[in-house]
Write a protein that binds this ligand. Structure first.
Ligand code: ZN
Length: 257
């Protein structure tokens, strides 16, 4: 049994919450307090009614998410927003959220864990947001098809959408960039060209990024927003559980994207 204050302080420190910039609605850190001690942690990619009840049904007293309670901005707490908040408070479940601090973490980060799953070794940063690089770059001599197949397998685990822009079967990836979640944009494509990247691995991106990538000679692999962001919260929850002698449950609610 561990007090919320202990776990929240550990997470703040581990993830360097205070120092890492983010979108205002991310509201990184502890988002909802509880009263009692914690024996079980639940983790999920998104804060939602389903993940809130998933945590409650698992007997968790702390839910750690990547996209937090305020992701849609300030909203009236009525209807489903009221119901899920009421359920969490009556079951004494706290909520902690970490967005970019979790994306970029060198051990529990979505980006480093996805690179590892694909057999890629990072050597630099990519996808600049304010003062930080959210994503990673590296070199490889791997056939692009091999990376595509490995990414497709990860997407399939979360029943998510998967696609890649067309490429020649013999193509080899020499310089790659990776950014989980909504990683493909005109900005990241321009940055990829500046860095001389030939392959971009992302969660998702708008249609025009696939068109623009072809103009730039870059292959983009869309591995799924949800699939690429299951890695960090799971690893973080498992590590926290081991450290404090707790148990951790991943509440898997795929978005389909
Ligand atoms: Zn995301």
């Amino acid at each position: 049994m561990t007090a919320l204050a202990t776990l929240a302080a550990d997470l703040d420190r581990t993830l360097n919450i205070a120092a890492i910039p983010d979108y205002p609605d991310a509201v990184n850190g502890l988002q909802l307090a509880n009263v009692g001690d914690i024996e079980r942690i639940a983790t999920a990619v998104d804060f939602s009614t389903e993940t809130a009840y998933g945590a409650i049904n698992a007997g968790a007293r702390l839910l750690i998410v990547h996209h937090g309670m305020f992701w849609s901005g300030a909203q009236p707490i009525v209807g489903f927003r009221h119901q899920r908040l009421w359920a969490l408070i009556t079951h004494d479940v706290a909520v902690y959220s970490a967005h970019l601090p979790l994306d970029i973490h060198p051990e529990f980060g979505n980006n480093v864990l996805l690179a590892r799953r694909l057999g890629l070794t990072p050597s630099g940063g990519f996808a600049r947001v304010q003062t930080i690089d959210v994503g990673l770059t590296g070199t490889s001599d791997m056939p692009t098809a091999q990376i595509v197949n490995a990414a497709a397998a990860i997407a399939a685990e979360s029943r998510g959408t998967f696609s890649a822009t067309p490429f020649e079967a013999s193509r080899v990836t020499r310089r790659w960039g990776l950014c989980t979640g909504a990683g493909a944009s005109s900005a990241t494509l321009a940055e990829a060209t500046r860095l001389g990247l030939d392959t971009l691995i992302v969660g998702e991106g708008p249609h025009h990024t696939a068109v623009e990538a072809r103009e730039r000679g870059i292959v983009v692999i869309y591995t799924g927003h949800y699939a690429t962001e299951t890695l960090g919260v799971r690893a973080l929850g498992d590590a926290l559980a081991v450290k404090y002698g707790l148990s951790a449950t991943f509440v898997d609610v795929p978005s389909g994207l």
